[in-house]
Design a protein around this ligand. Structure first.
Ligand code: FAD
Length: 593
């Protein structure tokens, strides 16, 4: 049985061009005992120590937030990504994913934890000098110091490189920092900040800045949700930063910012998947006990549809997350490096940056869907504070905004793939040309494969060809100007996300069958429903994109090509969703956990 480090190492985005064997994909069913142990530790910590104190955290008791971070440190949860040499526990990225999933059970504390562990400890680990790591990592890992990440400003959110905070170089090599950051998580009480500023006017640079050097916090923002996490502005007036506190190099701040975001987006996807697990359990329990018209609402088809669909979408996002973590781990493992050297992890996350953006977009949108349906299943009780459903709903909304908005990530997905194609790193252009040639010829014989999920595997081949068809036409039609065609890029992103999600779900279900999982039939239901619905979404997006790019005879030819490629027969999704919903209600929670 493959572990996370034995998977076949597909390069980033290569799934766009070629199928993968189910046995080569890492899935939640392949977690090792070590993964399960850290998952249990994280879950027990959140259940016993964080969730009972949520109201206190929402009263902005930051002393408590600090205590909880410290406690997370004692349990080893802060140091999953840090080698033992620096006081961490040095586990793989699957473990890191599992911890993020469990932390999501409290979204507010999850944000505090994420800003500290993912946005402060990780950049220090990946880009810090030996002296910086020795100085700050142990205290961050024990929770003695709390970290925060200051990139955004009033005038520069998505356009992060447009920051106006400036670091003026002094004769002794130190810097004087002036400016203001906005919406900084942990801003009210953090001690150490990763701050991005312009040195000498235009050199975007990351600096490690201690609060005691004169950093001031603005007032707590009045937010829609995440009331138990601190969000403030940070104000710098003549804050002196020593020369040795440049993180990486002067002028290389963009490398720090973008690479940290690759990592953080993947973990945000994991938090979303964990949040969805919790909400599915709430819905399942409520639907089993709430009676209307003399029966539990779980017996109504409309409610079964909702629970079934919540499970299907969560299954897909979870499948792509674990698959990506397996790829990242395999790449790190295959790269010769010292245990203390973060460069292999850095390169791996750069390699899988498209997958990280997909995890962020798909994860945050699946979670919002699940949380919205959770409220609906709770009826009026979903809208009042006696139940947690409304809190989850408010807390989750920001996931589509921070760590790069979903629009920015949707632009990045096709943008990064095309950049690789143009550089010759991903043979997307020859593949699109080969497809055009194939479509000019006579139809090939349909595959006679009748193995597990063979229709779904054929459907995924159709999705792959459709994606190539639209990518090919977009590159041909607009060339370098494609970046100006955001609506087409959004459709391309949606198609690509559905392809990766559908394939990941199908491969996981096949693997469950090969492993003779007792839940193999439910795995297949989840994958089949996802693929069925993805076919409709992909076709609709492809038609919209084609219609925007060409017209007349060319459009008719392209639509004929699309019809030839996308031959997916609908399945009985009602029966499959009912089975998934019934199993979920019977279990009182997410059926694949
Ligand atoms: C609770 C919370 C916590 C946060 N924590 C942190 C933190 O710890 N550290 C930190 O640095 N930041 C943090 N942020 C800031 C967050 O990262 C930004 O809000 C986010 O990046 C979006 O920037 P913006 O708000 O300026 O929106 P804008 O960039 O102004 O975007 C507004 C809208 O325009 C769209 N848009 C912008 N540019 C484009 C484009 N080129 N093409 C198409 N559409 C575009 C966006 O997608 C969005 O829909 C936090 C925000 C919140 C709300």
């Amino acid at each position: 049985m493959p572990t996370s480090t034995e998977t076949t190492i597909l390069r980033g985005g290569e799934w766009l061009l070629q199928p993968t064997e189910a046995g080569a994909v890492f899935t939640p069913e392949r977690l090792t005992d070590e993964h399960r142990m850290i998952a249990q530790t994280a879950q027990a910590f959140v259940d016993a120590e964080v969730l009972p104190k949520l109201d206190q955290l929402e009263q902005k008791d930051w002393a408590l937030a600090r205590e909880l971070v410290k406690r997370g440190g004692e349990l080893g949860l802060l140091g999953v990504d840090v080698p033992e040499a620096y006081g961490g526990v040095g586990l793989d990225k699957v473990a890191s994913l599992v911890v993020s999933e469990k932390m999501a059970r409290s979204a507010s504390f999850g944000a505090t934890f994420g800003a500290h562990a993912n946005l402060t400890i990780v950049p220090l680990m990946l880009f810090g000098s030996e002296a910086q790591k020795q100085k700050y990592l142990p205290k961050l890992l024990s929770g003695e110091l709390i970290g925060a990440y200051g990139l955004s400003e009033t005038g520069s959110g998505s356009d992060a490189l447009g920051a106006r905070t400036k670091a003026t170089r002094q004769a002794d090599g130190s810097f004087v920092l002036d400016g203001e950051k906005m919406w900084i998580t942990n801003g009210g009480f953090a001690d150490l900040f990763v701050i991005f500023a312009k040195v000498d006017g235009d050199q975007f640079t990351a600096l490690l800045v201690e609060r005691s050097w004169g950093v001031k916090s603005g007032k707590e923002e009045h937010k829609m949700g995440l009331h138990g996490s601190s969000t403030t502005a940070l104000i710098f007036q003549d804050v002196k930063v020593p020369a040795e506190n440049v993180l990486s190099e002067v002028g290389k701040g963009h490398k720090v910012a973008f690479n940290v975001l690759n990592f953080a987006r993947f973990k945000l996807g994991a938090m979303c998947s964990g949040g969805a697990h919790g909400a599915i359990a709430e819905s399942a329990k409520y639907a089993a006990t709430r009676r209307q018209f003399g029966q539990p609402i779980a017996s109504f088809g409309a409610i079964k549809h909702k629970i079934g669909e919540m499970v299907v979408r969560t299954y897909a996002i979870e499948s792509l997350l674990y698959r990506t973590a397996g790829l990242v781990d395999a790449r790190i493992e295959a790269t010769p490096h010292e245990a203390t050297d973060g460069s292999a992890a850095l390169a791996a996350f750069e390699e899988y940056n498209v997958e990280a953006s997909i995890a962020k977009v798909a994860g945050s949108e699946v979670l919002d869907y699940v949380l919205d349906e959770n409220i609906q299943i709770h009826g009026g009780n979903g809208y009042v504070r006696d139940y947690p459903a409304e809190r989850h709903y408010r807390d989750a909304r920001v996931n589509r905004i921070f760590e790069g908005t979903n629009e920015i990530n949707r632009l990045l997905i096709p943008g990064m793939l095309i950049r690789r194609a143009v550089k010759g790193e991903l043979p997307l252009i020859p593949a699109a040309k080969a497809l055009q040639d194939e479509l000019l010829g006579p139809p090939s014989m349909a595959s006679t494969d009748d193995g597990v999920l063979s229709d779904e595997r054929r459907a995924i081949e159709a999705f792959r060809k459709t994606t190539l068809l639209v990518f090919g036409l977009a590159m041909q039609t607009y060339g370098q100007k494609l970046t100006d065609e955001q609506e087409v890029l959004m459709h391309l992103a949606d198609i690509t996300i559905d392809l990766f999600s559908a394939e990941s779900a199908t491969l996981r279900a096949i693997a469950a069958s090969e492993q003779k999982s007792p839940r193999a039939a439910l795995h297949q239901d989840a994958a089949r429903v996802f693929v069925n619905d993805a076919a409709m979404r992909i076709e609709a997006s492809a038609r919209q994109a084609l219609g925007a790019m060409v017209d007349g005879d060319t459009l008719r030819t392209m639509l004929a090509a699309l019809r030839r490629v996308m031959k997916v027969t609908p399945i009985n999704t009602v029966a499959a969703r009912r089975r998934l919903a019934d199993a979920t209600v019977e279990r009182g929670g997410y059926v694949f956990a």
